[in-house]
Design a protein around this ligand. Structure first.
Ligand code: FES
Length: 362
């Protein structure tokens, strides 16, 4: 950037002859204008002469503008703090009625108003600062090659430092501090809303209702009746949940949901799977180990179990091993047996967390 008004004619770069010339210094007079216009009807008229603003000549006006800018930055900071207060103070379910908009969520409305006010006041303060207190002399900007020669680079640094000086940020600590304060607290909402990523699941996914003695019996998910081993036929698949759990407790229903398949015992390749089953009846978690969809498409001929979400495929004859798709680990198996009346029961809880692999590492 070059302010050509500060250059004497002998300092002018010959390559800049075509650039606009400032009218601030050495501007042509009316007679010269006329002669120039006749010689070149498209001549650059140059920049208008600089008109000093009130804040340039009146120190009291400058101080008033400074206070106005600082007030806007301070209001911005207060609005940002109000955003954080609204996050904690306004219940998520509260609503309020607004003309034209009807019922709106009170917390969302408060977020919009406070963050909007914070950003508006920050922008308005910056504009007011620039229009009233920073230097406003127009300059002609030179086009440079992509990398400027070293002297130009040094000149640019000098001009930048001059700009910093002219902005008055060093001389006006009130503006500097209020701006830094407003920018600093603007980071707070980003930190505060991180709270919405929680709460952490802790160890809740490591335990299901199957761990409790009174819930061990398997209940048919469709009929609500206990399941007799002799009623499960080869090739069939049943969905089940623990006896006696609250059907409205969706967390527990989801964690403990299982599926039962009866295979020919000789088809089972995995010895542990065979040991944890009962006469070919095997029981696995119904929750896919990819991202937790319920698996449920059973292919009788291949004994593959397919998750409809992303096509992870589990081999029911080989410990629920993944044979295709994005799931990273086998379906957890539930060890089962029968009680004295021949009803299927769990021997205990799953040996590993059910659901997406992430929880296994949690
Ligand atoms: Fe089952 Fe993605 S959730 S494959």
């Amino acid at each position: 950037m070059t302010d050509e008004r500060e250059m004497t004619p002998d300092q002018q770069d010959p390559q800049q002859d075509h650039l606009p010339q400032s009218a601030g210094h050495g501007a042509p007079g009316p007679t010269q204008d006329l002669a120039h216009a006749e010689a070149d009807p498209f001549a650059d008229p140059g920049l208008p002469a600089h008109q000093p603003r009130r804040t340039d000549i009146d120190e009291r006006a400058a101080r008033r503008a400074e206070r106005q800018v600082a007030s806007l930055f301070t209001i911005s900071a207060l609005a940002t703090v109000a955003f954080c207060v609204a996050y904690f103070a306004i219940p998520k379910e509260d609503a309020l009625t607004l003309p034209l908009f009807g019922d709106v969520n009170a917390q969302t409305f408060a977020f919009g108003v406070t963050l909007g006010a914070a950003l508006f006041c920050l922008g308005a303060g910056a504009i007011h600062w620039a229009r009233t207190l920073m230097t406003d002399e127009e300059i002609a900007e030179e086009r440079h090659p992509l990398r400027s020669p070293e002297p130009d680079r040094q000149a640019a640094i000098a001009r930048f430092e001059q700009g910093v000086e002219e902005s008055g940020i060093a001389r006006r600590p009130l503006i500097r501090r209020s701006l830094l304060g407003a920018l600093g607290v603007l980071a707070l909402p980003a930190v505060v809303v991180l709270r919405d990523l929680g709460p952490l699941p802790e160890k809740k996914l490591r335990r299901t209702a199957w761990a409790d003695e009174e819930h061990r019996q398997l209940v048919n998910h469709n009929t609500g009746e206990p399941i007799k081993a002799e009623d499960v036929t080869v090739g069939s698949m049943l969905f089940a949940h623990p006896k006696g759990i609250d059907p409205d407790d969706l967390d527990e229903m989801a964690k403990s949901a299982v599926l039962l398949v009866r295979l020919e015992p000789d088809d089972i390749k995995n010895q542990r799977e065979k040991d944890w089953g009962h006469e070919g009846i095997v029981c696995f978690s119904k929750i896919c180990t990819h991202v937790g969809c319920p698996v449920g498409l059973y292919e009788q001929t291949t004994h593959h179990l397919l998750c409809p979400c992303h096509q992870s495929t589990f081999d029911m004859t080989d410990g629920g091993k993944v044979v295709f798709g994005p799931a990273a680990r086998s379906l957890p198996q539930l060890a089962i047996t029968v009680d004295t009346d021949g009803y299927l029961t769990a021997r205990g809880d799953f040996a590993e967390p059910v659901g997406p692999s992430f929880w296994e590492r949690g």
